[in-house]
Design a protein around this ligand. Sequence first.
Ligand code: GTP
Ligand code: MN
Ligand code: MN
Length: 613
Amino acid sequence: LPPPPTAGASAAKAARTLIGAPDGTAPSVVEWVASVARLTEPAHVQWCDGTDAEFGSLVETMLDAGTIVPVPARPGSYLARSHPDDVARVEDRTFICSVDDEDAGPTNHWRDPESMRETLGGLFQGAMRGRTMYVIPFSMGPVGGPISKLGIELTDSPYVVASMHAMTRVGTNVLDAIAEGEDWVPAVHSVGAPLAAGRADTPWPCNPTKYISHFPETREIWSFGSAYGGNALLAKKCFALRIASVQARDEGWLAEHMLIVRMTHDDGRRLHLAAAFPSACGKTNLAMLKPSIPGWNVETIGDDIAWMRTGADGSLHAINPENGFFGVAPGTSEATNATAMAMLDRDTIFTNVALTDDGDVWWEGMTKHAPEGLTDWRGERWTPESGRPAAHPNARFTVRATQCPSIADDWDAPEGVPIDAIVFGGRRPSQVPLVMQARDWEHGVYVGATISSQQTAAAEGPVGAIRRDPFAMLPFCGYDMGDYFRHWLDIGQRLGRNAPAIFSVNWFRRDADGGFLWPGFSENARVLEWIAGRVAGTADGVDTAIGVLPSDGALDVSGLDLPEGVLDELLEVDAPAWLAELVDVDAFFSQFERLPFGLRRQLNHVRWRLEQQ
Ligand code: GTP
Ligand code: MN
Ligand code: MN
C-alpha cells in the first residue's frame, strides 16, 4: 500500500495533472490521491463537490448500471438491490491493525500492519480498472466545529458516493479547510471488481474476499470487497467509531454508538439524553420517539453516533457527527415510528426492501399484511407462501437528517448539547429490568461494560444468540476494550459533579408465549420521564442489589392496560438468575488483561449485595 499522506508532501505537478485535482488542493492530498490512483488504476478520477447536480449524475450512472431502480410512489427515491451475499457488516473480516496486538485487545481481530499492507497492496493493485475513482471530501460535524473532524474517502462505487451525500457533509470547503492545515482521515474503498475492457458491469459489483481494515496509529482505513453501508461508507462505523474512538482516547473525549435526543415538557422540564443500544436494538426508534404521555415532546439530534467532549461549562457536550440516517427498515411502521415513515416519503435511497407492483416500497412490519403483487429484495416475484422475507431483515433506508420531522432546530450546533443522562440497553428476553439507574459513575461504567443482547441481522452471525456487547461498541471500538473502560472511568473522574447520570433500559422482555411484556415504542416516554425525574431529583427509586429501580408508583403507567403482575415482573430482581449471570460477567472480564480494578470492585459489590438478598 502507498504510505499514509504526509503533511509536508511536495505537490508534484505530474501527480496533480494525472488526477485532475482542483487548484488549491493541499499537496498532501494530491500526492496521496495520486498514489492510490497509481495503485488501483481507475479509468477516471472524479473530485466530488456534494452538489445536487452531482447527486443527479450519480443517480443517472446507477440507473444505467441497474444498481438502483426508481420508487415512483416516493419522489426522488430509489431502491438498490445488493448482491445477496453483501447485506450486512462482516465482523469476521473487520481488522484492527495496531502495531502491538495487545492494543487491539481481545475482542478485535488483529492483523500485523506490515503484513496487512502487503495483503491489501496485492488486492488493491488494479482493483479500480475500468471504473471511476471518486474523491469524497467530507466533514463529520459542521465544518470547522470544535468537535468536528474531516476525512477523504476514495471509492469506486457511485452508490457509496450517493449515500455519503446523505450521511456526511460533502463539499469543497473540506478541501479548503485541509489546505489551511486541518487534520483529516484518509479512507480508501473498492468494491474489488475491476472491469475488463468491453465487459459489461453487474448491478452490484463486490468481491467474495472482504477486508475492512483500520490502522489506528496512522488513522487510515482501507476497505475491500463490499459495498454494504457499514463496510463501505467509511465515514460511519470505520471512522466515526473505530478510528475516532482511538483519537478520543488520545485526546480525552468520547466517540460512541449512541443516539442523542432532547425531551422537553410544556412545564419547562428538559432532558438531553445519549443512549447506546447494540445494532438493531432501537436507537433510531428512540431517537424519533413520539411520546404517548401528554405534555412531552422529543426532538431528534442523532440516531447512531455521538461524539462527546467537555464543554466550556464543564459538562459533557454531544454532537451527532453524521448528516443523515442509515436506518433499519423492517419493523418501521406508522404504529412504531410514524416520524420515520413521514421522513421516508421522498428523497430516500432504500436498500434491499421489497417493491410493490404500483411502485412503492414494502418491508415486513410496515403493514400487518403484505400487499398483493410484490417483488422481493432479490428482484424475484414474492408471495407470503414463499416462506422467505420479502425485504432483507437488514434492509435499510438512507436519508438526510433535515428530512426528519422531529429533527431539532439546533441539531447541528457545532458545540453540541449538554448531556444529562446516558442510557445503556440491549435486547434481553428475561431478567434485565425495564429501567434501572446506576449508583454512581463507576457503577454506570460497569453497567455499560456488561451490556448483553440477542444478536440481530445487522451483522453476520447467529441471530438470537445472546452475546456481551459492552457499550454497544464491541464491533466498533478501535482499541483494547480494557483501556476503553479505563478511559470511561477517567472521563467520569474529570467530569466529577458534572458527570451525567447513567441508566440501563430493556424494552425486549418476553412472556411465556414469546410476546413482548412492555408495549415499547411511544410508551418508552414513560421510562424517559422517570429518568428525567431522577436527574431532577423528583422521581423516587429503590436501591437494589443491581441498581436503583423505580419505587412503587414512580413509573407512570396510567392508561396502559398492562396485565396484572407485568409491571412487577418488569421491575423484579431475580437474585439467583443475576448470580448465575455474574459467573458469565466474571469470565467475560477475565479475558481483559487491562481490566481496570474499578470494574472488578463493582462486580464484587453487586455479587455481595445479591448474596445478602
Ligand atoms: P442500528 O441502526 O443498526 O445501529 O440499530 P438501531 O439501534 O437504530 O435499531 P432500530 O431503532 O432501527 O430498531 C431495530 C428493531 O428494534 C426494529 O425491528 C424495531 O421495531 C425494534 N424496536 C425498537 N424499539 C422497540 C421497542 O421499544 N420495543 C420493541 N419490542 N421493539 C423495538
Ligand atoms: Mn449502529
Ligand atoms: Mn439505527
